[in-house]
Design a protein around this ligand. Structure first.
Ligand SMILES: Cc1cc2nc3c(=O)[nH]c(=O)nc-3n(C[C@H](O)[C@H](O)[C@H](O)COP(=O)(O)OP(=O)(O)OC[C@H]3O[C@@H](n4cnc5c(N)ncnc54)[C@H](O)[C@@H]3O)c2cc1C
Ligand code: FES
Length: 518
């Protein structure tokens, strides 16, 4: 999380010349001891908080796009006029102040009230049941209420806690630099106030789409008018001899992260199996806790399949600088109490083992219900499955991607949240196609990597800027077209690339790359 920024720039209570903020521009300053961003859009000026409500990202370092402020860190979007968080991962609006024009000057004054609660709207759908209390499920529940839905909303989650900030479980929380309060997305009181029924620690064990009913592991059942399936994904388990020993861990839930933390007590050495994002983030966090860490993976380079050779080499070097030992082009043969044996006979002493070897979408419920499943729950552009009234969102959903023309399934936090929002709006009749450009981030020590777009395979990788200097854009081309852009230390350009991908503006993307490369 970011600290409160030191106050810089002009004191807006003293007034500022409008000519200092060009139309379409933003200016950082302060008012009454708070960092404030003045936004000039459509001939109006708005004063909003300068700090993102997600992790405190500095909004002045982001971009303004059609009256929407985009955060440089994880691409949340805020409406400058209302302060509302219109795109995750931020959930809460920005504070606002009056921005009064007196002649050619603008003065920031009193705080403005938060956006008023939406007017209740009637809906043909009497009740919505959400299966899975994760990123997509939570976003769906919140969006239903934000849109004024007045019917029953029930969210059923197998984990015993309120929804958590899952990405944090391998990063600050696991490293010991974030307290547990930071991982809750919302407190229990939020759901009570929003009249969202939470059924936690219970699994949906059967779904009958014809009867519009689900059965829970606690023996109860619920009927629904519409259903959101948001059951996420489950870690792939190791199958080598010894995989069932208690020193072997996986990481998906808060309970998993707590268990890994508990196992580090008195531990000196850890083996991470898999050079995946999660595996490497775990490696970084365990190094922060002072453990010796060995990473074992069959790949030639970490993350090469997703990020290409150049970024893969960078990530490997970064982890080696922090003392991580790699055993690449190797697999685990056997796990013993206190050691991992590799395929070539190497013996790595280990007090704990964390496997990050991928996930599988949790589609068992959908399969049992007879929904169309193909490496994920198949949905249409509105995220509706083959069963009318049953929507799927997040890691389990396979949807038609308008950009590539392929059906894709993606495991990113922000995508899951945005799909939860779209599913909710479509339940209320919006008929909104899911067209978002995917975005994810990953954090390794003090180096965040951002990625916009989607390229499952590519025929060209182009680096603009310098990876070694941690200031670059890396473009992934398919058929000559830029399909995705990864970046380090170039947050504003990453936001621009996202906006250009949204518009399908290839010429703009080429110009952006050329500019960074200069
Ligand atoms: C440790 C970790 C770090 C990550 N870091 C990043 C990151 O930095 N950036 C990024 O973009 N993405 C990251 N991800 C991926 C991201 O968290 C997922 O893409 C996202 O959580 C998917 O949301 P979801 O709602 O589909 O699933 P989830 O958030 O997994 O939620 C699904 C929920 O459904 C519950 N459930 C499953 N079956 C049932 C059932 N039958 N009945 C009731 N409940 C059920 C599960 O217990 C779970 O709580 C990370 C994932 C992990 C595990
Ligand atoms: S800090 Fe702004 S989106 Fe995360």
């Amino acid at each position: 999380m970011g600290d409160a920024p030191a106050l810089t720039g002009p004191d807006f209570t003293q007034g500022i010349d409008l000519s200092d903020i060009p139309e379409g521009g933003m200016l950082l300053g302060n008012a009454n001891g708070e960092a404030v961003l003045l936004v000039h859009h459509g001939g109006d000026v708005f004063a909003v908080a300068a700090t993102c409500t997600h992790y405190g990202g500095p909004l002045a370092d982001g971009i303004l796009n059609a009256g929407v402020v985009r955060c440089p860190w994880h691409h949340a979007c805020f409406d400058a006029r209302t302060g509302e968080a219109v795109r995750p991962p931020a959930l809460n609006p920005l504070r606002r102040w009056t921005a009064e024009r007196r002649g050619s000057r603008v003065f920031v004054g009193q705080p403005l009230a938060a956006p008023s609660p939406p007017r209740k709207r009637s809906s043909a759908v009497e009740s919505v049941v959400i299966v899975g209390a994760g990123a997509a499920g939570n976003a769906a529940a919140e969006t239903l209420r934000r849109e004024g839905y007045a019917g029953f909303v029930t969210m059923i989650g197998a984990e015993p806690t309120v929804p958590v900030d899952r990405p944090n479980l391998s990063k600050d929380y696991l490293a010991g630099t974030a307290q547990e309060e930071w991982v809750w997305l919302r407190g229990q009181e939020f759901y009570s106030a929003q009249e969202i029924e939470l059924v936690l620690g219970a699994r949906v064990v059967a779904l009958d789409p014809k009867a519009r009913r689900v059965q829970l592991s606690d023996g109860t059942s619920r009927s629904y008018g519409a259903l959101v399936l948001a059951t996420g994904a489950e870690p792939v388990k190791l199958t080598v001899p010894g995989s069932d020993k208690p020193l072997v861990h996986y990481l998906r839930s808060l309970a998993d992260s707590r268990a890994i933390i508990a196992s580090t007590q008195g531990a000196a050495r850890a083996v991470v199996v898999g050079a995946s994002f999660i595996g490497l983030e775990v490696a970084a966090s365990l190094r922060t806790r002072g453990l010796e860490v060995h990473v074992v993976a069959p790949d030639a380079r970490p993350l090469e399949r997703i990020m290409g050779a150049e970024l893969g080499d960078f990530v490997r070097a970064l982890h080696e600088e922090h003392g991580v030992h790699f055993h690449l082009r190797h697999t685990v043969g056997t796990i013993e109490d206190g050691a991992v044996l590799l395929d070539d006979g190497t013996r790595l002493p280990a007090d704990l083992v964390v496997a990050g070897v991928g996930v599988r979408p949790a589609v068992a419920l959908a399969e049992q219900a007879g929904l169309r499943v193909d490496r994920g729950v198949v949905v249409d552009e509105h995220l509706e499955s083959s069963a009318p009234g049953v929507y799927a969102a997040g890691d389990i959903a396979r949807w038609p991607d308008p950009s590539s023309g392929k059906s894709i399934r993606i495991e990113h936090w922000v995508v899951a949240e945005r799909q939860g929002q779209t599913a909710a709006r479509n339940i209320l009749g919006a008929r909104e196609a899911f067209r978002a450009v995917p975005f994810f981030w990953s954090q390794h020590y003090d180096v965040p990597i951002s990625y916009v777009g989607h390229a499952e395979g590519w025929d060209g990788v182009e680096v603009a800027g310098s990876i070694a200097e941690r200031s670059c854009l890396v473009a992934f081309r398919t058929g000559g077209r830029i399909a995705a852009v990864a970046s380090i230390g170039r947050d504003r350009e990453s936001l621009r690339a996202e906006a250009l991908l949204e518009r399908g503006d290839q010429a703009g993307l080429e110009a952006l790359l050329a500019n960074v490369g200069k």
